[in-house]
Design a protein around this ligand. Structure first.
Ligand code: AMP
Ligand code: MG
Length: 484
């Protein structure tokens, strides 16, 4: 039989053992494969057909540890909604790092694989709906061109999990550039020695900023690398209307990937105060707050590096502060270049910022859908939204057309630029819910069609039209719940 192709290294397990707890996933009663990501499997050097075998399904369920893996739960701390606390993988096990045939390294982690020393009161388990939700949204993000962890497989366990009701249990196999978080450094800085902190920093540099080793101050280069990646990531979120929902410091990966899809969702009507998460009562993680929260989290990261940045604490703090102060401009540049592309602009003018912001304000004033408005501009169609009937919008459109007339790029190239920058489909909440409801009842066809539409969001093909439809007014407001 063909081998699945696992090729594990375990570099994280070579860190001091204070950074993790070695343990196997807990076995489950009767594993069954729900969904396997064949393109992802292939890109990891895995054989999709072999991954459908009973032995491989046992791996995805945590019933069998593949050869070469060295399973562990990672230790980390975090600020959760602003409050510092010790956490760690309470329901996840890192199997190891898959080394691809191209020599790339990816964490392979089981989520929902049983209790660990960091579980606190939790059961270590996950329900099918939230794991499929992570699968759908992370794959949609990937297709949108946004750095993200990915989902290799979801299996059911044949066991129930108990939340408000009894739900089918599941395990998600998550693939990530790494699972090193701001919270991993908070753990090291608060609870471990400076030597261990340095080992973690050197390890992170090796994985994510290898060039930093040759810099005059490698730890400052690491900090700046992390800041740059987050600025780029959050700008991409804002540009598609993605709301993470729980931007706690344990959910900010130093790789710059989006991680931990819990109560996240895409905004429909443009409104910076949009919040979906039912647990975010103070609207801390509202759409419009995301760049500011990222800066706050990065400041927490910078603090952890202070002992490594300079021999003198004062000097170290100054270096950290100067790096953090780069975030707003870095974010702004990323966002501006993205919004220019969304508006079909190939060159830069000073007024581009206000041109874009004025459009957003009109969307808010007339309660227009964010994605559909940009799609209508792209295809030069008139959506049935009130916005397009207003004199306000007509005036804005004249300004925009004048602005586009002042660039060398041809009309058709500009339109192609817009097509590449404005998705026709996003994982709309009502569509995701509909797919999950059917999947939990055993019908995977709805999810299959949704995944297909989401896989190519910039094609603007006629088959995608139904996925661009808005929910009926009655299905709002939408609330998401932590994927527990
Ligand atoms: P999250 O909100 O998913 O980022 O999780 C926050 C913390 O709670 C992490 O340490 C998780 O490992 C832990 N956690 C979440 N759900 C469970 C669960 N069902 N059992 C044990 N730990 C959990
Ligand atoms: Mg988390």
């Amino acid at each position: 039989m063909t081998e699945p192709g696992w090729n594990f290294d375990n570099s994280y397990a070579r860190l001091p053992d204070s950074f993790y707890a070695s343990l196997n996933p807990s076995a489950v009663r009767s594993p069954a494969l729900v969904v396997l990501n064949e393109p992802l499997a292939k890109s990891l050097g895995l054989n999709a057909e072999a991954l459908r075998s009973e032995e491989s399904i046992a791996v995805f369920a945590g019933n069998r540890v593949p050869e070469g893996a060295s399973p562990l739960a990672q230790a980390y701390a975090a600020h959760q909604f602003g409050h510092f606390t010790m956490l760690g993988d309470g329901r996840a096990i890192l199997l190891g790092e898959q080394i691809t045939p191209q020599g790339r390294r990816f964490d392979v982690q089981l989520k929902g694989s049983g209790r660990t020393p960091y579980s606190r009161g939790g059961d270590g388990r996950a329900a099918l709906g939230p794991m499929l939700r992570e699968y759908i949204i992370s794959e949609a993000m990937h297709a949108l061109g946004i750095p993200t962890t990915r989902s290799l497989a979801v299996v059911t366990t044949g066991e129930a999990v108990y939340r408000e009701t009894e739900l089918p249990g599941a395990v998600l196999t998550r693939v990530a550039a790494s699972h090193i978080r701001v919270g991993t450094f908070q753990y090291a800085a608060n609870f471990r020695s400076k030597d261990e902190l340095r080992l973690l920093a050197d390890y992170t540099i090796q994985r994510h900023d290898p060039g930093a080793k040759d810099e005059e101050n490698p730890y400052l280069a690491l900090l700046r690398g992390v800041i740059r990646r987050q600025a780029a990531l959050i700008a991409k979120w804002q540009l598609v209307g993605f709301i993470h929902g729980v931007m706690n410091t344990d959910n900010m990966a130093l790789s710059g990937e989006t991680i931990d899809y819990g109560p996240c969702a895409f905004m429909d009507t443009y409104d910076p105060s949009t919040v979906f998460s039912s647990i975010d009562r103070n609207e801390r993680y509202a759409y419009g707050n995301q760049p500011g929260i990222a800066a706050w989290n990065l400041a927490r990261f910078a603090e952890t590096l202070v002992p490594l940045l300079h021999g003198e604490e004062d000097e170290a703090v100054k270096l950290a502060q100067a790096a953090i102060e780069e975030f707003p401009a870095s974010y702004r540049n990323e966002w501006l270049s993205g919004i220019r592309a969304k508006l079909g602009l190939s060159n830069e003018e000073d007024q581009d910022d206000s041109l874009a912001i004025d459009l957003l304000e009109l969307m808010q004033k007339y309660q227009a859908d964010y994605t559909r408005t940009f799609a209508a501009l792209t295809l030069d169609t008139v959506d049935n939204a009130i916005l397009f009937e207003t004199e306000d919008f007509a005036a804005w459109k004249r300004r925009w057309q004048d602005r586009r007339g002042r660039q060398a790029e041809s009309e058709s190239d500009s339109r192609e630029r817009m097509k590449r920058s404005n998705p026709a489909v996003i994982p709309r909440n009502h569509r995701v819910e509909e797919a999950l409801e059917a999947a939990v009842e055993g019908d995977l066809s709805v999810m299959g069609r949704l995944l297909k539409a989401l896989a190519d969001p910039y094609s603007h093909s006629p088959e995608q039209a139904e996925y661009a439809e808005l929910p009926k007014p009655t299905s709002r407001p939408y609330r998401t719940f932590c994927g527990t």
